[in-house]
Design a binder for this molecule. Structure first.
Ligand code: HAM
Length: 450
């Protein structure tokens, strides 16, 4: 999580960092992880609210899976040769000898939960969404953390191209709702187990003859997972890849037809896309459609890391022991979204002002105030207090500042006389009301005001 670190506006953390006190602190946060507080929490809550509304509209049901899973779940699905599993997984042996991992992504967890909880018996396709923390042991840098949050949408049990288009549409609409500018979408099809092997062969033949121009990582990828070479960001590899055969020319009729349909649906929804023949995504479970969304470019005009990505994963559920269950989904990085939201003016709904401010003077009054606060909560009346302050003047100042309609003023004398002063904050008028009927009296005054 982040968020202060993402933006230009990070005064609090910077101040603490340069503060000599920080040097003296025995414990500091773990590399790549962040405390979220203050204004950042507002962004966080807003993103979650908007995602919830979007999920409700499109009828996705919420799912929460555990943060710890068996590491083997990701090895089998995300893929042993993927960067996520090879380099980035926080995995460990427990005292009991289990081999576990902090979840680096959600899709395999959703697949496991789908099977384990018999969700395949529910009406199909099943639409699920999630919002929560994920962990990857990456080199921390702007927009790249070791703990980050994802919003995700998955549709399980449907192979129709309209579902691919719907996942893309939901994502696109969500990014629009976040008021992000210059959103772009890259899309490709990586075929399936019928046509991809033909393409792989052609690609390997091509790359082998140019292996001396490829980086050491790509030479390894060439043996383990050649499609990943297409994704390499190194200049020398990009130059080689630009002349490589393209998967689109190797798609079988079924995959070709599926991809064509997805694009037609997107055209119909007026969602613009770039056909990117080199987009393969770094996770093993994808079949057919893969896509990524990007936000505005950085100050140097360079494209920033993807805001979200996803695709079809028709064999994942089967690889976990289930029946053939085609599926498609997406995940978005919450911190990356918030970082861009900070560039646009996002309006947060203002919290409703309290109806009542409880002001107290003296220990006896403080004790009664706690009880009044509780009674007000049960009566659903919004209350504010400042129990830490003892001066009546400063308490009434706060009551004014927070926009309370009335102040209940309780001193030693009032408590002894079993009464309380109800002060209209606008007119200054004060009424004495009975302590044991303070909730009813307050309600009466509030009603009169309305
Ligand atoms: P992913 O591309 O690995 O896909 O991650 C999705 C998004 O999570 C990224 O586009 C990015 O915004 C965010 N993200 C990933 N790593 C980090 C990081 N270290 N720091 C900050 N943000 C990060 C998946 O996770 C797939 N499960 C998506 C999916 C769902 N495919 C099908 N269904």
């Amino acid at each position: 999580m982040l968020l202060c670190l993402l933006s230009e506006r990070r005064p609090i953390i910077r101040r603490i960092k340069t503060n000599s006190m920080a040097k003296k602190l025995r414990f500091q946060k773990v590399t790549g992880m962040h405390d979220v507080f203050g204004q950042d929490i507002k962004y966080f809550d807003r993103v979650r609210e908007i995602a919830q509304d979007m999920a409700d509209f499109y009828n996705f049901k919420r799912i929460e899976t555990p943060i710890l899973e068996e590491a083997g779940l990701f090895e089998r699905t995300t893929g042993e040769s993927s960067d996520i599993v090879r380099k980035e997984m926080f995995s460990f042996k427990t005292k009991g000898g289990d081999y576990l991992a902090l979840r680096p992504e959600a899709t395999p967890c959703v697949g496991r939960a789908y099977l384990e909880n018999g969700m395949f018996n529910l009406p199909s396709p099943l639409k699920l969404w999630y919002f929560g923390p994920y962990f990857r042991y990456e080199h921390p840098q702007s927009g790249r953390f070791r703990q980050f949050n994802q919003i995700g949408f998955e549709i399980l049990g449907g192979s129709d191209a309209v579902l691919d288009a719907q996942i893309i549409q939901v994502t696109y609409n969500l990014l629009k709702e976040f008021k992000l500018k210059d959103i772009t979408l890259d899309i490709n099809s990586i075929g399936d187990s019928v046509c991809r092997p033909h393409y792989k062969r052609a690609l390997v033949n091509f790359l082998k003859s140019r292996s001396s121009s490829l980086c050491p990582d790509c030479n390894r990828r060439l043996k383990e997972n050649p499609l990943r070479v297409l994704d390499c960001k190194k200049e020398s590899c990009i130059e080689v890849v630009e002349k490589a055969p393209q998967i689109i020319d190797y798609l079988c009729d079924a995959c070709h037809g599926h991809f064509k349909e997805v694009l037609e649906f997107l055209d119909e929804s007026e969602i613009q896309y770039n056909l990117n023949p080199y987009l393969v995504r770094g996770l093993d479970y994808y079949t057919r459609t893969v896509f990524e969304f990007y936000g505005e470019k950085d100050a140097e005009g360079k494209r920033q890391d993807a805001l979200g990505g996803g695709g079809r994963y028709d064999s994942l559920i089967k690889s976990l022991g289930g029946k053939d269950t085609p599926a498609v989904g997406v995940a978005l990085g919450v911190e990356r979204i918030i970082s861009l939201m900070k560039n646009v003016e996002v309006k947060f709904p203002l919290p409703l002002p309290p109806k009542i401010f409880i002001a107290q003077l003296g220990t006896l009054a403080k004790k009664k105030s706690l009880k009044i606060m509780e009674d007000m909560r049960k009566a659903n009346i919004r209350v504010y207090e400042s129990f830490g302050k003892d001066s009546l003047r400063s308490q009434l100042k706060i009551a004014d500042k927070v926009g309370a309609e009335y102040a209940l003023i309780l001193g030693q004398r009032e408590v002894l006389e079993k009464s309380v002063i109800l002060r209209n904050m606008k007119t200054g008028r004060q009424d004495l009301v009975k302590l044991d009927s303070v909730v009813e009296e307050t309600k009466k005054h509030l009603r009169q005001k309305e």
